[in-house]
Each structure stands twice: as C-alpha cells, then as structure tokens.
Design a protein around this ligand. Structure first.
Ligand SMILES: [Zn+2]
Length: 249
C-alpha cells in the first residue's frame, strides 16, 4: 500500500462489516471526498477478491454526511461511540440488516426535530442504540428476574415499590437486593426501576414514541453503564468512548 492510501472499515446492508483499501484517498482529489468520514451514509462501489481480506474501494457517493453534527460536542462523542461499538461488536462479513437500520435510526435521532432545541436527544439516542445493539447481538440478559434466586424483579415489595435490581461487571443479568449481599457478588450498581421501564419501552416502541421526553445525561445512565459492561464483557476490552460519554457535562 502507498502512503496516500487509506484502510477503511465500513458497514454494508447486505454483507455486514467489511474492510477495504481506498487508493489515493488521502490526496486532495482522491475522489472519495466526505464519503469516508466517520459514519457517512454512502453508496459504495467496491471490488471483492475471494483470496483477500481487504476489498478494493472504487468510489463512493454521499447520501448523508454527519458533518452538520460536528459542532455539537455531545452529538460528536455519540458518533464516536456508535462507530466504536459497531466496529467492536459486529463480526466481519456477516450480514446484519437490522443493525444497519439501527444506525440509520439513531443518526436521525441525533438531529433536533424541526429545529427545536432538544438537548436530551443525544442521551435518548445513545441509550436506545446501546440497548438494541446488545439485543441484536443476542447478549441482552433477562431483565425481569434475579439471576441468583429467580425472584421476579417487577413485583412490588411490602412498601409497594418494585423490587430493587443490581448488576455487576462480568455477570450477565441482575440480582435482587438479597442476592447482591451473598458472598462473591462483588461490586454492584443499582439499575433503577425507572431505567428498567425505559428499557422495556425501548424494546417495544420506536424511539420517536417513547413516553419520557425530558431526557438529560442522568436519564438512563445506570442502564447505559449496565449495557456498556455487557458489551465490554463480550468484546473482551474496554470501550474508549464510554467514559467520555459519561463524563459530567
Ligand atoms: Zn435473588
């Protein structure tokens, strides 16, 4: 490869995540333009040889760039997060059309609807993406039962409040307040009843139909921590973008 060439990771609707070489892409008139920018939605022309891991990129035609989000710090961090999670989670060359559509959906969510200021849209989009990325990969554990004793976590306790639920790194599921005190449970964090109901709703409704409208960084933060831990457990490494996203604004 030459210095002006670029190795690009890209997600296709029909063949999953691929890697290719874009010849002369670093040159000013390389012909790829903004098409190779992070999470640009493009129509890509490429050539696949059976014997090579890398495909050859011929050209790409821009459908939508994310350039208009670059000036919004949190939206920009969210883009980094979407790209990192997709790169780490998706196996190479395995079609996953639903994941492709998930990305299109959350990219749309990052844009303020009708020009209205909606600062919470980033957190809504990131939470929705995290939940569905884990779900589509088949890694989403049972959210309604304790992993230790099997008790139902939605049931109201003696005080009328729902049973509390806790999670910990390396455990694929939730624990009730009794089981979290058992030896070996390790450090645990609480997954609030509010966040559990957000998760249930997100699995049933499109992101535009969610009942919680006033989102902030703290909304669903425990749910995102839980989901990030599930992702990190499966990809066997820490996500670089996750702590940036959860740093206090
Ligand atoms: Zn239990």
């Amino acid at each position: 490869m030459k210095e002006a060439d670029l190795v690009v990771s890209f997600l296709t609707r029909d063949q999953g995540r691929l890697r290719g070489v874009a010849k002369r892409a670093r040159r000013p008139k390389g012909g790829f333009g903004a098409g190779l920018e992070r999470l640009s939605h493009v129509r890509m022309a490429y050539f696949q040889r059976e014997t090579r891991e890398l495909v050859n990129l011929d050209s790409c035609e821009l459908i939508r760039s994310q350039f208009d989000l670059a000036s919004d710090y949190w939206a920009s961090v969210a883009l980094d997060y979407f790209a990192e999670v997709s790169e780490q989670m998706l196996p190479a060359a395995e079609a996953n059309e639903r994941f492709f559509r998930l990305l299109l959906t959350v990219l749309e969510c990052l844009r303020p609807a009708g020009g209205a200021q909606d600062a919470g849209r980033v957190w809504r989009a990131v939470t929705y993406f995290s939940l569905w990325a884990v779900r589509l990969s088949g890694w989403l554990p049972e959210l309604h039962a304790c992993l230790g004793c099997g008790s139902v976590l939605d049931d109201a306790g003696p005080d009328g409040a729902p049973e509390r639920a806790f999670f910990s790194r390396g455990r694929a599921g939730l624990l009730c307040s009794h089981c979290r005190r058992m030896p070996g449970a390790g450090n645990t964090w609480e997954l609030s009843a509010e966040s559990r109901s957000i998760a249930v709703e997100m699995l049933q409704k499109p992101v535009s139909g969610l009942s919680v409208n006033a989102w902030g960084q703290s909304t669903g933060a425990d749910l995102r921590r839980f989901l990030v831990q599930q992702i990190e457990e499966h990809v066997e490494r820490r996500l670089l973008t996750a702590p940036i996203l959860e740093a206090v604004a």
